[in-house]
Each structure stands twice: as C-alpha cells, then as structure tokens.
Design a protein around this ligand. Structure first.
Ligand SMILES: *[C@@H]1O[C@H](CO)[C@@H](O)[C@H](O)[C@H]1NC(C)=O
Ligand SMILES: *[C@@H]1O[C@H](CO)[C@@H](O)[C@H](O)[C@H]1NC(C)=O
Ligand SMILES: *[C@@H]1O[C@H](CO)[C@@H](O)[C@H](O)[C@H]1NC(C)=O
Ligand SMILES: *[C@@H]1O[C@H](CO)[C@@H](O)[C@H](O)[C@H]1NC(C)=O
Length: 384
C-alpha cells in the first residue's frame, strides 16, 4: 500500500524539534552500491551545503567518475572491442518524474553531468553515441580521449587472448576461440536461453545511488563505463529509467547493478519501487526482483538496493561485497555505515545493519569528520 508522500513527516519532524519519534527520523538518506565511500561523502556534503537530492546524486556519481571508482566508472576503464571507453549515466527526479540520461557517450568524462543537462535543458530523456557527445560539447563539456595506459593495456591483453572473453554467439568464426569480424552462419543453431557463464565479468560495475532529502524529495542515478570488451554500441541497463535506477517521491527509489544485459529485460528498479508501492518493505522488494530474474537466469549475478520514503532501506545481492549508507538517526546524528555483505544471496537492511553495528564487528564507523559535518548540518538544515 502506498502511503502519502514523505513530505509531511520531515516537516513534522522539524516542527517537533530534535526529539521526534523513532519512525520519522531516517532522513536524509544516501545509499549507494559498492564501497564507494568518497561518492557517499560527496553526496552528503552537497546535501549539507543546502543542495537538492538531484544535486547530491550528481555530485556523488561525478566523484566516482573523477576517481574512476573500481575502474568501472568514468574514463580509462572497460575498453570495448575497439579499445574505446564509453560511458552510460542517468539521473532521475522522483518529484517531477523527469529523467536525463546518456548512453554510449564518447570522449566526455562527466557522464552524469551531461545526463543532468539532458534533464535540465531538453524535453528528451536519453541521448546516445556521437550525437550525445555533440550535445555535451554544446553544453560546455570538454571533448577528450577517455583512454589511459590501463585501458590500453587491458585491450592489448584481450587481443593477445584471441579476443576472449567476448559477447558474441552463433557466429562464424567461432567466437569462443577466435577474434572477429564475425558473420552469422547460414544456419543459426538456436540456443534457447543458454547463458554464458559471466565469471569473467565480476569485475565490472556501476555506481547506483539513491538520495532522499530531508523534505522527502527523492532522486536516483547511475554512472558506469559498462562491461569490458563489449561490442561497440552496447548500452547497458544503467541509463535506462526503471532498469538502472528509478525514483518516485510517493514511494521510494531503487538502483540495480550487475549483468546489465539481463537486468534491463526485467526493469528491476521500477519493479522494486512497484513492490514497495504495494506495501513490501525495501528488503523484500529487492529480493523479489532478483528472484524473478533467477527464474529465467539461474546464474544471474547482480544486486538491487531499495529505499522507501520513510528512509528505510534494504538490498539483495548476488555479487556485492559492500554497501555504503549515510543517514540521520532520530536524534540528528549521522550514521555512516559500511555494510559488509556475506556473498551470494545476501540480503538485509536496516535491522540487520543495526544489529551488526551493535556487535562491534567494525562494519560501521563514524569518523570525527562526519561528526563535525553533522553538527554543521544540524544548524544549517535543522532550522529549515
Ligand atoms: C577518496 O578521496 C581521497 C581524498 O580526496 C583520496 O585520497 C582517495 O584516493 C579517494 N579514494 C578512492 C578509493 O578513490
Ligand atoms: C603511459 O605510457 C606512456 C608511454 O607508453 C608513458 O610515457 C606515460 O608516462 C604513461 N602514463 C602514465 C600515466 O603512466
Ligand atoms: C518503509 O519500510 C519500513 C521497514 O520495512 C516500514 O516499517 C515502513 O512502514 C515503510 N514505510 C512506508 C511509507 O511504507
Ligand atoms: C543518538 O545517536 C547516537 C549515535 O548514533 C547514539 O549512540 C545514541 O544512542 C542516540 N540517542 C538516543 C537518545 O538514542
């Protein structure tokens, strides 16, 4: 069951002062995939400085683009078959249901920034390829090479390994042994839903971020350089609204990460938000999404993070090792959590996180720096 938008609750919270009831006190919330702590912190600083939820998502994802989080976000990572790095990103405003996104963006580092410009300055949702680069240039972004020594070395190694792994099937020459160019054989043997073991792909990933402002505005976004050695032109789930991320102020938000070619067929972030709209808690919503995918693709790997309007969050993971969250406790202190996940089939959320934080297992911490910022924020935001 969908409840009324979260707007009223934080307002109430402000009116009541610094000792509101426990169930109202989880906002703002920042939640992102992977141990990208600097991204979480950047989003937090943006909120603390008076920025909107959209601003926070943009600065968080942009931080990952600059710092090349895990090599899987930003320039110099995941070269495609031709050796080029291309970027996908999306940002969604859950208040207006406006979305900006770019796919297969070339030679521009700040993909989430370009996505934000699509949102702010066009009535379109998604721009792709060279034309997206032209758009970016017209918006003042620099056109520059995204290759680095690292991405070039990855690509040469791949060529030296006979272009293994790759993402072709049912082609001549045999793509499991040789490089292309490939052609379809005259008689294509149908292989049903045979699924290539994606073990080689575990390294690729994406930042997915959800931010809920203390006033209840919700935004979500993603940024990635896709998968290594993808076929040029491939766009993953990340820039697709409802797949990579989704946000709706009435309900909450979700973001997904993992095998994007499979993920996008199930529109998982939209589906998770819809489960929450029907009354599921965030953990169950995330879990149901993954189990739907696994019915068809038992070897699927991926994860979904979910948060509802009241700031409760959950996750279900077949791959993630860590999550970072940052949110207010009900007494206006900030909790910054590093949640270590337990491998395949990990799920959980707030309750589990609190329990774990209680057992001193070092899965969470609050740095002095965060404490300082928290006080700053209390003065700044706590008074309106
Ligand atoms: C996080 O930011 C700090 C300071 O800006 C930097 O020194 C550090 O390398 C960053 N961490 C990562 C994983 O990029
Ligand atoms: C990249 O490689 C070139 C030559 O192969 C070298 O001159 C340059 O210093 C390298 N750059 C970095 C950042 O390592
Ligand atoms: C959000 O999830 C929490 C935890 O499951 C639940 O207690 C709360 O009622 C949910 N909020 C809404 C608005 O559904
Ligand atoms: C306020 O937050 C701190 C730090 O998270 C916690 O230790 C403390 O118990 C909280 N205060 C109350 C009244 O619960």
């Amino acid at each position: 069951m969908a409840r009324k938008p979260g707007l009223l609750l934080p307002l109430l919270l402000l009116l009541l002062g610094p000792a509101p009831a426990r169930s109202f006190g989880q906002l703002p919330l920042i939640l992102n995939t992977w141990p990208f702590k600097n991204a979480t912190m950047a989003a937090w600083k943006t909120l603390a400085a008076g920025g909107s939820a959209l601003d926070a998502v943009e600065s968080g994802c942009a931080t990952c683009e600059q710092q090349q989080c895990d090599g899987s976000v930003g320039f110099g990572g995941s070269p495609d078959e031709s050796g080029e790095t291309t970027l996908d990103a999306m940002i969604m405003d859950g208040t207006t249901m406006n979305v900006g996104a770019v796919g297969d963006l070339r030679r521009v580092k700040n993909a989430i920034g370009v996505a934000r410009k699509v949102l702010e300055h066009t009535t379109h949702t998604l721009l792709a390829g060279e034309a997206a680069t032209k758009f970016a240039e017209s918006m003042g972004f620099i056109n520059e090479d995204l290759s680095t020594n690292v991405s070039q070395a990855l690509h040469s190694d791949w060529l030296a390994r006979n272009c293994q792994p790759n993402y072709w099937k049912n082609v001549i020459p045999d793509s499991s042994k040789y490089c292309g160019p490939y052609k379809p054989p005259t008689m294509v043997k149908r292989d049903g839903i045979a699924y290539k073991d994606p073990a080689h792909s575990y390294s690729h990933d994406t930042i997915g971020m959800v931010v809920i402002h203390k006033m209840g505005n919700i935004a979500a976004g993603t940024s990635t350089n896709g998968i290594k050695f993808k076929i040029p032109g491939r766009i993953g789930d990340s820039p697709l609204p409802g797949s990579g991320a989704y946000a709706d102020d009435m309900v909450g938000a979700a973001a997904a990460t993992g095998d994007g070619d499979i993920l996008m067929r199930f529109v998982p972030s939209y589906q998770a938000v819809e489960y929450m709209r029907r009354g599921e808690n965030p953990t169950t919503a995330c879990e149901k999404v993954i189990s739907r995918i696994q019915k068809y693709f038992p070897k699927f790997f991926g994860a979904v993070i979910c948060a509802n309007v009241t700031g409760s969050y959950g996750y279900y993971s077949e791959m993630l090792t860590y999550l970072y969250t940052l949110h207010f406790e009900f007494n206006y202190t900030v909790t910054f959590r590093r949640i270590q996940l337990m491998g395949k089939g990990s799920k959980g959320g707030q309750l589990e996180a609190s329990r774990r934080s209680g057992d001193n297992s070092a899965d969470w911490f609050m740095t002095p720096k965060v404490k300082t910022e928290m006080r700053y924020d209390r003065t700044l935001c706590g008074n309106g």
